[in-house]
Design a protein around this ligand. Structure first.
Ligand SMILES: [Fe+2]
Ligand SMILES: [Fe+2]
Length: 165
C-alpha cells in the first residue's frame, strides 16, 4: 500500500505532467501560428509524451490500490519572444521536473517503497532524455542565430520526428 505522503506526491506529479502537456500544447500553438510546422509537430508529440507520463503514474497509483485525485491544471504561459525563447523555457521546465522526480525518488527510497522507487528510476532516465532533446534544439537554434534559412532547416528536421520517446 502506498503511504499517504507518496500518494500525495504522485498525485502532484500527475498534475505536473499534465501541466507539462498543456505547456507543450501552448508551444505547438505558437509555432503553428508562425507557420513553423515542424516545430509545431515536435511540440504536439511532446504533449502526447507528457500525457503518457501522467498516465503511467495514474495507472501505477491505481495498481497500488491508491486513489488519484485530479486537480486543476494551471494555464500555461503563451507569450514567447522567439523560437529560442520557447525551447529555453521547455528546457528550464524539464529541469524543474527532473528536480521533482529526484525528490520523489528520494522519498520512495526513504520509505523502502520499492515499486515507487523502480517507477521513479524509469522517470529519472526519461528525464535525461527529455533534457537532452530540449538542449539539442536550444543549441541548434543558438547556432542558427538570425539565419532564417537555418531556422527553416531545423524546422524541417523537427517535422521528421516520428515517436513520442
Ligand atoms: Fe514528463
Ligand atoms: Fe518532459
Amino acid at each position: 500500500m502506498l503511504s499517504e505522503k507518496l500518494q500525495k506526491a504522485l498525485n502532484e506529479q500527475i498534475n505536473n505532467e499534465l501541466f507539462a502537456a498543456y505547456q507543450y500544447l501552448a508551444m505547438a500553438e505558437y509555432f503553428a501560428a508562425m507557420n513553423l510546422d515542424g516545430f509545431a509537430h515536435w511540440m504536439r508529440l511532446q504533449r502526447e509524451e507528457e500525457i503518457g507520463h501522467a498516465m503511467k503514474i495514474f495507472d501505477f497509483v491505481i495498481d497500488r490500490d491508491g486513489r488519484v485525485k485530479l486537480g486543476a491544471i494551471a494555464a500555461p504561459p503563451s507569450k514567447f519572444a522567439s523560437p529560442l525563447d520557447v525551447l529555453k523555457k521547455a528546457l528550464e521546465h524539464e529541469r524543474a521536473v527532473t528536480e521533482k522526480i529526484n525528490g520523489l525518488y528520494t522519498s520512495a527510497k526513504k520509505e523502502n517503497d520499492y515499486p515507487t522507487e523502480a517507477l521513479m528510476q524509469w522517470f529519472v532516465l526519461e528525464q535525461v532524455e527529455e533534457e537532452a532533446s530540449a538542449l539539442k534544439v536550444v543549441e541548434r537554434l543558438e547556432m542558427a542565430g538570425d539565419d532564417k534559412a537555418a531556422l527553416l532547416m531545423i524546422d524541417r528536421e523537427m517535422g521528421q520526428r516520428t515517436t513520442t520517446e
